[in-house]
Write a protein that binds this ligand. Structure first.
Ligand code: SRM
Ligand code: SF4
Length: 571
């Protein structure tokens, strides 16, 4: 018996291609909010209705409406911006936002704290910089990521080209975005096929994420994505084609074992000429096969688990009119960014900067990172690239400018720190803006790393690269289940600890201990650091060691993420 569709399906269906009553809601000045259905639709336009959770209780006491503001997520394929685009976003952040720019785990910029009356001006400023936010969120294909470091230039150029092509091809066509935000003229509705040839009226059952990766660097976490393309290179570094991956995802819910993170499967190999039709077919099969009744079971990873990879692949091939070849061998080495300078093939240099948890701001009496990056962008002739580890690359810098740029970055605290843990850390936004946060993340991880660094120093491990990631809830926005140390918010000040993921991003972790506070996290990790320092094999990574030494069982994929937890560890 067909199940009842989820509420979001009805909202999409009735929205007239994402219009809803957004235009009317924006004009309404009695409240800083918008109605609930529109709050779902506005995501497709790249923004979220939020409120400052730090102010909630005070405002309730004063009988005031919540401190509503919007977060806008910009769509930036491959994370590449011109200096002019950077300057435009910097200006928007200072004039309309909360004075910070937030680099995300998917190579975009989020602008927080934009009040309703400033939304249209902000969107127009973003549009004037030839940027947009359509489909940065919502049940559609979102920002397409690709390997950000251009030091392997030819392959990287091909990866960026593919990322942009997939992004353009899968961008929703609805005129609602122009109408609502940019004062475009209303275009009369028509048949599904005309307005949204790929998505139709109800778009996808759930969010959909695509990535392009160039081995050996998995700094885009290809296995966390619904759809991925892994470049297969010939001996001269030319792209021969792409291994296609499907069915990755991180989100889960505490206490609901039917929800789990999953690493993507490698489905086969395709040539560049077929990549777009494969991408479109993966999207349309998920459009038609995905679960539209239960949003917690609606991602592609569950479709593939339920139907099987072979059936999914056969349907993709049928729709694309392309037979995939057997996948080709590839090897990833790490998910980390490569800090400092790397030389480009054109003789210019690329400087990877460290941005702690992606937050860029001018701290009163402290580092002026926004101002320094503005100064660099004002005279920079190359481009600016956002990494999937929430960092920034000042790319294509001529030799004569390199010392000056490095000095500016050093003074603003933007060069990589000595700590091997801090260099490889990510935290999601969480409080105070994220409505789903159960615990702090971005505002807490730096302090926790300080405490863990003391223990690592005691064991002589300070400089060792160990990947640590934290999220304020189990949704997985900083991909914590692919980190060697994953900390996931359970409640205020309390976290679940996950261990055993692979350094190259190919294996998930597993729950090691539950509901830990700050002291308990340090106490749980200290003996593991001691054991690692004393017993590791040459070159052995922390995640692999935790499994070999018997601290945690290996997770083979999502299906056994919740199973085989070692006795005596997780409560
Ligand atoms: Fe995320 C929801 C922030 C990457 C899985 N994510 C949210 C929201 C919008 C909260 C909400 O729905 O109200 C967060 C806004 C916080 C804020 O105040 O800004 C949020 N997600 C982020 C960012 C900004 C984290 C960061 O610190 O950088 C990342 C923005 C990415 C971008 O630029 O597009 C971000 N989110 C991710 C990732 C990582 C990735 O894609 O590689 C994941 C895990 C991968 C995946 O999708 O499976 C992720 N976010 C989620 C989920 C769980 C999805 C699921 O399948 O269950 C939610 C909640 C939801 O969709 O219901 C969510
Ligand atoms: Fe919010 Fe949870 Fe995502 Fe963190 S992981 S940004 S707390 S939804």
């Amino acid at each position: 018996m067909p199940q009842e569709l989820s509420r979001n399906e009805r909202i999409k269906e009735a929205s007239d291609y994402l219009r809803g009553t957004l235009a009317e809601g924006l004009a309404e000045d009695i409240t800083g909010s918008i109605v609930e259905d529109d709050a779902q639709l506005v995501k497709f336009h790249g923004m979220y209705l939020q409120d400052d959770r730090d102010l909630r209780s005070e405002r309730t006491r004063k009988k005031l409406e919540k401190a509503f503001a919007f977060m806008i997520r910009v769509r930036i394929s491959g994370g590449v911006l011109t200096p002019q685009q950077w300057l435009a976003l910097d200006r928007v952040a200072r004039v309309y936002g909360n004075g910070t720019m937030r680099l995300t785990t998917r190579q975009t910029v989020q602008l927080h704290g934009i009040i309703k009356s400033n939304l249209k001006s902000t969107m127009k400023a973003i549009d004037a910089a030839l940027l947009g936010s359509i489909a940065a969120c919502g049940d559609v294909n979102r920002n397409v990521m690709c390997n950000p470091n251009p030091f392997q230039s030819r392959a990287h150029a091909a990866a960026l080209e593919l990322a942009r092509a997939v992004s353009d091809h899968l961008t929703p066509r609805t005129p609602a975005y122009r109408e609502i935000w940019l004062d475009g003229e209303r275009i009369a509705g028509g048949e599904d096929e005309v307005i949204e040839p790929i998505y139709g009226k109800t778009y996808l059952p759930r969010k959909f994420k695509t990535v392009v990766a160039v081995p050996p660097h998995n700094d885009v976490d290809v296995f966390a994505h619904d759809l991925g393309f892994i470049a297969i290179l010939d001996n001269e570094g030319h792209v021969e084609g792409w291994n296609v991956t499907v069915g990755g995802g991180m989100g889960m819910t505490h206490g609901e074992p039917d929800t789990y993170p999953r690493t993507a499967d490698v489905m086969g190999f395709c040539r560049t000429r077929d990549a777009l039709s494969i991408a479109e077919s993966v999207v349309t099969v998920q459009r038609d096969w995905g679960d539209r009744a239960n949003r917690k079971h609606a991602r592609l990873k569950y479709t593939i688990e339920d139907r099987g990879l072979a059936a999914f692949r056969a349907e993709v091939e049928r729709r694309a009119g392309v037979l995939l070849d057997a996948s080709r061998p590839f090897k990833f080495t790490s998910t980390c960014d490569r800090y400092g300078w790397s030389a480009g093939e054109n003789g210019r240099g690329h400087l990877t900067l460290f941005v702690e948890n992606g937050r860029i701001s001018d701290v009163k009496g402290g580092a002026q990172q926004l101002a320094v990056l503005r100064k660099i962008a004002e005279s920079h002739s190359g481009d600016i690239r956002i990494t999937a580890n929430q960092n920034l690359i000042i790319a294509n810098v001529p030799v004569e400018r390199q010392a000056e740029i490095e000095k500016l970055a050093a003074d603003a605290g933007l060069l990589a720190p000595w700590s091997g843990l801090r260099r490889n850390a990510m935290a999601c936004v969480a409080l105070p803006t994220c409505g789903l946060a159960l615990a702090e993340s971005e505002r807490y991880l730096p302090d926790l790393i300080g405490a863990l660094d003391e223990r690592l120093a005691a064991h002589g491990l300070s400089a060792d690269d160990i990947v640590i990631r934290m999220t304020g809830c189990p949704n997985g926005c900083a991909r914590p289940y692919l980190a060697e140390i994953g900390l996931v918010g359970k409640g205020p000040g309390r976290y679940n600890l996950y261990l055993g993921a692979a350094f190259d991003g190919s294996r998930l972790s597993k729950l090691y201990a539950e509901d830990l506070d700050h002291k308990a996290i340090v106490a749980a990790l200290d003996p593991l650091f001691a054991a690692y320092a004393g017993q590791r094999n040459a070159g052995e990574r922390f995640g692999d060691f935790c499994i070999r030494a018997g601290f945690i069982a290996a997770t083979t994929n999502g299906r056994d993420f919740h199973a085989n937890v070692k006795a005596g560890t997780a409560a």
